[in-house]
Design a protein around this ligand. Structure first.
Ligand SMILES: [Cu+2]
Length: 266
C-alpha cells in the first residue's frame, strides 16, 4: 500500500510537478486531524467517567472554570491557524501565484459541454482560430469560424487531451451549458468549468502515460460518461500526434479553367 508521510492514504500515482507537495499537505492535515480526534476522544471518555451519575454527586450546569480546557482550546486554534497559514496557504500560493509564461507553454482551450470535453490546439502558427456561438453545430462543437485563417491549422479533439511530458501546459477552461469540473487525479488538478468564464489552470507532467480526465461536478444525467483520455506523450510522440492530426493544408486556388491533360481524346 502506498503511504504518504507514514499515512496509508493510497492516492493515485503522482504525475505532475506540484502533486507531491499537495499530497504531503493532505498527509499533514490528516496527521493533525488524527491527533485532534484521539485527543478530543480521550477527553470525552475522561469526562464521561469523571462526571458520571453516582450517589452523592449532582450535576452542576455551570460554565467550566478549569484552565486546562482553555489551554486545549487555544492549542487547537493555534494548530488550525498554523495549518492554514503555515502549510496550506504557502503551498497554494507557490502553485497559484506562478503561472508559466504563455509563450513557453502549450496552451490548450477547453470547452466543456453536456457530456463531452472539446479541446482546441492553436496548430503550427500558434494562433487560435476564432470561435463563435453562432457557428456551433453538432459537427462544429466549438463554433470554429471557417473563414478565419488562424483557425485553418487548429487541431480540435473531443474527449482526448494530448500534451508532452516535462512541459508547462495551460488549459483555459470554459463551459457551454452548465458547471462542469476538470479533474485529472494523477496531475492533482481540479478546476470548475463555468459558462461565461475562461479560467486558466496549469501543470507540468513528470511522466508519460495514459490517464483519465473525469468530470467532477454532477452536471446532468450523462455525467457518468463525461470522461476523456489524457495522453501524456514523450516529445517525439507528441510531435507525431500533432503531425498526424494537423488538418490538411488548404488547397491552392485553382485557375478558372484548369487544363485537363487526362481528358479522353475524341
Ligand atoms: Cu460534467
Amino acid at each position: 500500500m502506498q503511504t504518504t508521510l507514514g499515512l496509508p492514504l493510497n492516492f493515485p500515482p503522482v504525475a505532475s510537478s506540484h502533486g507531491e507537495q499537495l499530497d504531503q499537505l493532505t498527509a499533514i492535515v490528516h496527521w493533525f486531524m488524527l491527533l485532534l480526534f484521539v485527543g478530543w476522544g480521550a477527553f470525552f471518555v475522561y469526562c464521561l467517567v469523571k462526571y458520571r451519575a453516582r450517589p452523592g454527586h449532582t450535576a452542576a450546569y455551570l460554565p467550566p472554570k478549569a484552565v486546562f480546557t482553555k489551554v486545549i482550546e487555544v492549542g487547537v486554534i493555534v494548530v488550525e491557524v498554523l495549518l492554514l497559514f503555515g502549510f496550506s496557504t504557502p503551498v497554494w500560493f507557490r502553485y497559484k501565484n506562478h503561472p508559466p509564461a504563455e509563450k513557453d507553454a502549450l496552451v490548450v482551450k477547453l470547452v466543456a459541454e453536456q457530456f463531452a470535453w472539446n479541446f482546441q490546439y492553436a496548430g503550427k502558427d500558434g494562433k487560435f482560430g476564432k470561435t463563435s456561438e453562432a457557428n456551433i453545430s453538432s459537427d462544429n462543437p466549438l463554433g470554429m469560424d471557417a473563414d478565419d485563417p488562424d483557425g485553418k491549422d487548429d487541431i480540435v479533439t473531443v474527449n482526448q487531451l494530448h500534451f508532452p511530458v516535462n512541459k508547462d501546459v495551460i488549459v483555459q477552461i470554459s463551459s457551454k451549458d452548465v458547471i462542469h469540473s476538470f479533474n485529472i487525479p494523477v496531475l492533482r488538478v481540479k478546476q470548475d468549468a463555468v459558462p461565461g468564464s475562461r479560467i486558466p489552470i496549469w501543470f507540468k507532467a513528470t511522466q508519460p502515460g495514459h490517464f483519465e480526465l473525469a468530470c467532477a461536478q454532477l452536471c446532468g444525467l450523462g455525467h457518468y460518461r463525461m470522461r476523456a483520455d489524457v495522453l501524456i506523450d514523450t516529445p517525439e510522440d507528441y510531435a507525431k500526434w500533432q503531425a498526424e492530426n494537423a488538418p490538411p493544408p488548404a488547397e491552392p486556388p485553382t485557375s478558372a479553367a484548369p487544363e485537363n491533360t487526362h481528358a479522353p481524346q475524341k
